[in-house]
Design a protein around this ligand. Structure first.
Ligand code: PLP
Length: 388
């Protein structure tokens, strides 16, 4: 039955967002209120995120990239410092370290999960290492006990890249609440979206205050506070900041997305099981099961094309595109990007697991917009490419 499915009429977008009527109404409410910049809805979204994650403070920003960068700035990471970053991540994680003037030290990953290999991370620590930026790749939480033990043993700062992992839990506790700075993304394809947007969770007011100040030119008072208080207020600038704030229109969308997050993760998990079941006999390595008592945020369903498959990963991507299936690649390792390869002289063989995964991995369509019928289309397309 699967093998006689016709090619789809419409292109299946890999991570299509779900925008419902309540979200549209909330955006319209913001537009009609006259306050469209950083204001009450941003504050409200920060409070809801704070309660959801169960952390002391959440600061909403223009992107996860901004959250990672400002987090590093607030930790005073700069020239001469080294920050451990997994090679298997989106290039933003390494780019922000570059922008502080510090050196991103790329670390290989575990063969099964693709998460940063914490043994390799420990072996990469030098006297210059000040921080580590682990990535909860695909929504699978890192071993937080081991990570925080490493942090405490070497007195490192940790800034978690949780772009994929809002809603993920390690041993019953939400990612973002482990005493580290944690950055989230609300980019279009992420588990919840504000179109562009991000947030930084912080256990300390001091860091959160500095991040929020740096996000708005370094002004001493947020725009919302300045305009909501009676009487005129001057601002003071103690250090030059950036323009990395979130707007109320974005936060309006976020408020109504967060309400659905848990149900969406459950739905993603259902599609996940369906893929697991239907792909069993194909020459693909499927995602390993989650650790006990963790909650995977099910952001990316990643498979790896086995060496014995009749076609390569790249040929399979072409084949899927011909069958109108949009797949993703997460990622070709940071060490393979020309800038990093050149600047740090990293040979592909120096990070062998990441290099191999970079050539074999692909991510299948997974979002609240993807239906079971869509999954059958994806599986049919994979079968026609891989069983020949
Ligand atoms: C999407 C993503 C980012 C960047 O998020 P933006 O909100 O687009 O800046 C950073 N790290 C990882 C792992 C990502 O997937």
């Amino acid at each position: 039955m699967l093998d006689s499915r016709p090619v789809r009429e419409s292109f299946l977008v890999f991570g299509a967002p779900m925008i419902d009527r309540t979200a549209i109404d909330e955006v319209v409410d913001s537009l009609e209120s006259g306050w469209i910049g950083t204001g009450p809805k941003v504050t409200h979204f920060e409070e809801d995120l704070r309660d959801y994650i169960d952390v002391h403070r959440v600061s909403c920003l223009g992107s996860c990239t901004a959250a990672l960068f400002l987090g590093l700035r607030a930790l005073n990471v700069g020239p001469g410092d080294e920050v451990l970053v997994p090679a298997m991540t989106f290039v933003a994680s390494a780019n922000v370290v570059e922008h502080t003037g510090a050196r991103p030290v790329l670390v290989d990953c575990e063969p099964g999960s693709g998460l940063m290999d914490l043994d390799a991370a420990e072996a990469s620590i030098t006297e210059s290492t000040v921080a580590v930026m682990p990535v909860h790749l695909a929504g699978r939480p890192l071993d937080m006990d081991r990570l925080n033990a490493l942090r405490d043993a070497y007195r490192l700062a940790v800034i978690e890249d949780a772009a994929h992992a809002i809603g993920a839990e390690w041993r019953g506790q939400r990612i973002g609440s482990f005493g580290n700075l944690t950055a989230f993304s609300f980019y279009v394809t992420k588990n919840i979206t504000t179109i562009e947007g991000g947030a930084l969770a912080s256990p300390h007011d001091e860091i959160a205050d500095r991040v929020e100040r740096l996000a708005l030119h370094g002004l001493s008072l947020g725009a919302w506070q300045r305009y909501s208080d009676p009487g005129f207020k001057h601002y003071d600038v103690e250090e030059p900041g950036f323009k990395f704030n979130m707007t109320d229109v974005q936060a309006a969308l976020g408020l109504r997305q967060l309400e659905h997050l848990d149900a969406w993760i459950d739905y993603r998990a259902e599609l996940w099981s369906l893929y697991d079941e239907l792909l069993e006999e194909l020459p693909l390595d499927l995602p390993p099961p989650s650790e006990q008592a963790t909650r995977h945020a099910r952001h990316l369903y990643q498979v790896r094309v086995r060496p014995e498959a009749p076609i390569s990963r790249d040929e399979l991507l072409d084949h899927l595109a011909e069958r109108r299936i949009g797949a993703g690649v997460h990622y070709r390792g940071v060490h393979l990007q020309p800038f990093y390869a050149r600047k740090y002289g990293i040979a592909p063989a120096a990070l062998p697991v990441s290099t191999e995964l970079s050539e074999r991995t692909l991510s299948l369509p997974l979002s609240p917009k993807v239906s079971e019928e869509d999954v059958y289309d994806v599986v049919a397309a994979l079968r026609s490419g891989l069983l020949r």
